[in-house]
Ligand binder design. Structure first.
Ligand code: ADP
Ligand code: AMP
Length: 217
């Protein structure tokens, strides 16, 4: 299984990617998580990325593509979360996977209205070690501030603050939304209603995957 999770910040990409990882053993590759890890480690890549992330803009394509080359070559089964985010990244991804003989299975587009996205991001709590997210209202941890799974502390991401979120949504509309047409044109796009409850979104994702596997068989 080789999937792209597409959609605006807060649409539920990471939440569903974690479910797919557990269900199918397909590795979640979240560029946001990888970048935050690099920033936390103080790596040169993190130093290059930080100011773009803090402002809600995009990290340059060459930095992102360079970061993804090795994991994409290594893995046969993956769920890409937050990548690609520009048409240039999508074209490079197609070229890379073409060369490796590992084309994408499908691109799942998660969507939700702006008010919902704002509410989800404002209440999001994240485990910085694993990238797993919870929500104060919609998916609370058993103990406030603690990850159910590994007992690690949950934090609020600084870029989930309202002013940065506004910029991130603008960035999505300007630079990432064109990918919808890019993937639709090539018959790879599956639309998922991201407004449903988490379990119902998972059921819709499962149905989409089953339909694609059936089509491929
Ligand atoms: P993305 O990876 O697309 O930015 P997340 O998966 O981190 O989004 O979800 C954003 C927030 O919304 C998280 O706090 C998550 O727990 C919550 N969430 C995700 N999916 C749903 C849903 N279907 N209904 C309600 N809340 C959700
Ligand atoms: P995310 O965790 O997906 O919300 O990403 C957090 C931030 O990391 C974004 O606001 C961008 O600054 C940066 N980022 C993540 N993925 C990409 C990407 N594919 N291209 C460019 N920037 C990215």
């Amino acid at each position: 299984m080789r999937l792209v999770m597409l959609g605006p910040p807060g649409a539920g990409k990471g939440t569903q990617a974690k479910v797919l990882e557990e269900r199918y053993g397909a590795s979640q590759l979240s560029t946001g998580d990888l970048l935050r890890q690099n920033v936390a480690d103080g790596s040169p890549l993190g130093a290059k990325a930080k100011s773009f992330m803090d402002s809600g803009g995009l990290v340059p394509d060459d930095v992102i593509v360079g970061m993804m080359e090795v994991p994409l070559a290594k893995l046969d089964s993956f769920v890409l979360d937050g990548f690609p985010r520009t048409v240039a990244q999508a074209e490079t991804l197609d070229a890379m996977l073409g060369k490796l003989g590992k084309p994408l299975t499908a691109v799942l587009l998660f969507d939700a209205d702006r008010a919902t996205l704002l509410r989800r991001l404002a209440g999001r709590w994240t485990n910085p070690r694993t990238g797993r997210t919870y929500h104060l209202e919609f998916n609370p941890p058993k103990v406030a501030g603690i990850d159910d799974q590994d007992g690690g502390p949950l934090v609020q991401r600084p870029d989930d603050a309202a002013d940065v979120v506004a910029k991130r949504l603008e960035t999505y509309d300007a630079q990432t939304a064109p990918l919808v047409e890019y993937y639709d044109r090539t018959g790879r796009l599956v639309r998922i209603d991201g407004l449903q409850a988490i379990g119902d979104v998972t059921a819709a994702v499962q149905k989409a995957i089953d339909a694609r596997s059936g089509a491929a068989a």
